[in-house]
Design a protein around this ligand. Structure first.
Ligand SMILES: [Zn+2]
Length: 50
């Protein structure tokens, strides 16, 4: 569980994120940090959208 603290400080999740913002955040997060995985519920939505 490696956390990229600098990335997190520069990419805070908006206070009331839209679904689109959450997806974008997690996609970007995955590239730079491994502190947590994309939630299953969000993954399902992402797959359904394709
Ligand atoms: Zn992280």
């Amino acid at each position: 569980m490696a956390i990229n603290k600098e990335w997190h400080l520069q990419h805070l999740m908006p206070k009331n994120p839209t679904l689109q913002e959450r997806i974008a955040w997690h996609l970007e997060h995955k590239k730079h940090c491994a502190c947590r995985d994309i939630p299953e519920s969000l993954k399902k939505i992402m797959l359904a959208k394709k």
